[in-house]
Write a protein that binds this ligand. Structure first.
Ligand code: ZN
Length: 388
């Protein structure tokens, strides 16, 4: 159903980049363009050319009207809070929101739901969507069910928004490698059409009571972490997005501005029980565990392996660079629910810890806006947090 070929290419590339960064060979500036690899090493900060976004100021978001206590400038000698960003692709499943909403309220967490726009479109209205390069009415992940299902979905998404959770985008048709033309082949114009349709579905749902202010949709994760970023980013920026969370980093690193967007990469981490590196996302972990086959009998096992991974990654970041830990999952019951259970258990134990804040992407950007840019630059120069 989901293919990750391009994602693993991205992993290899990210690994190369990250290894170079660890060696101190690269300029730790805000742009991590692949082009840096072609420069002689070691290198001075490169002069900004017309094509470089290095000189552009970071994109900003409005500050909250009633900031929580942790939303303030770090004092001299003080460490940043340890942020944990729980984010859920698809974000349409009622049984999952039914568990996440009370749990997050209990532990003071805000999460980010990355909504697939097609889940706002009833099956009978499927032709309203034409995936760029695809037939009208076709999406890789289906549509929103009956009109009553969509109405109900709008209700519980409204509950999530009212509780302070963030809604971003997982785009619409979810065309991964093999479902061609997949998003990795799209050009800017195709990304524009995809995002136009996402916002049109939001707008239509608003007519049916959806309380999502489109201005608060500020970022997203691409299907299967795929995309030609040089093509995709201009469309994202053009639609007012200020962050992306689809790239992969080796270890946990601070967000940086890439091509005019805040990039919150998905960390590739060590899974202690397997003694190997995996992108810390449910599907990737499942694939590493057993090739992503349904084996409900091993659910408890898998849950523990993933939970131990989360714990050690959190510890490495907490004791290291304090970079935000991005935990990306789907609202799925893969492997007998092992991944949902591990993420929920981790949320329960980690969000209430001292110096720890379970926040949305926007909240972390708001926090970064309050900090001395020198401090942020210093944090970004620290070695990635590695759980070994
Ligand atoms: Zn997805």
């Amino acid at each position: 159903m989901k293919r990750w070929g391009l994602a693993s290419t991205g992993v290899a590339l990210a690994l190369t980049l990250a290894v170079l960064a660890v060696m101190g060979a690269r300029d730790p500036g805000p742009t991590d363009d692949v082009g840096d690899l072609a420069s002689p090493l070691p290198m001075a900060p490169r002069a900004t050319t017309g094509s470089s976004a290095a000189a552009a100021p970071p994109p900003t978001v409005p500050m909250p009207a009633n900031p929580p206590a942790w939303m303030r400038r770090v004092q001299p000698g003080e460490k940043p809070p340890q942020f944990v960003l729980f984010s859920f692709d698809g974000a349409a499943s009622k049984p999952h929101w039914d568990r996440i909403l009370p749990l997050s309220r209990e532990v003071g967490a805000h999460v980010t739901g990355l909504l697939s726009g097609v889940y706002l479109v009833a099956d009978q209205d499927a032709v309203a969507y034409t995936g760029p390069g695809h037939q009208p009415g076709y999406s890789s992940i289906g549509f929103g069910g009956s009109r009553a299902d969509v109405e109900l979905r709008i209700d519980y998404l409204n509950d999530a928004i009212a509780a302070g959770h963030e809604i971003g985008t997982h785009y619409n048709g979810h065309y991964c490698h093999g479902d061609e033309p997949s998003v990795g082949r799209w050009n800017t114009e195709q990304w524009n059409r995809e995002l136009d349709q996402f916002f049109a579905f939001v707008e239509r749902a608003r007519g049916e009571g959806f309380k999502l202010d489109p201005a608060t949709v500020r970022g997203g994760r691409t299907p299967c972490l795929e995309g030609d970023w040089g093509q995709a980013f201009p469309a994202m920026r053009g639609h007012g997005l200020v962050y992306d969370t689809s790239h992969v980093s080796l270890g946990v690193v601070w967000p940086s501005v890439r091509d005019g967007l805040w990039e919150f990469p998905m960390p590739e981490v060590r899974v202690p029980a397997l003694d190997r590196q995996v992108v810390m996302m449910d599907y990737n972990l499942w694939f590493a565990l057993n090739g992503a086959r349904e084996e409900p009998a091993r659910a408890d096992d898998f849950k523990q392996v993933v939970l131990d991974t989360y714990r050690s990654v959190y510890q490495a970041a907490f004791n290291g660079n304090r970079a935000p830990v991005v935990v990306g999952n789907h609202f799925n019951e893969w492997a007998g629910g092992a991944f949902s259970r591990s993420v929920e258990e981790f949320m329960r134990e980690v969000c209430a810890r001292p110096e720890t804040v379970c926040a949305t992407y926007t909240e972390v950007i708001q926090w970064m806006q309050l900090q001395d840019p020198g401090l942020l630059a210093q944090l970004r120069r620290m070695p990635p947090a590695m759980n070994d």
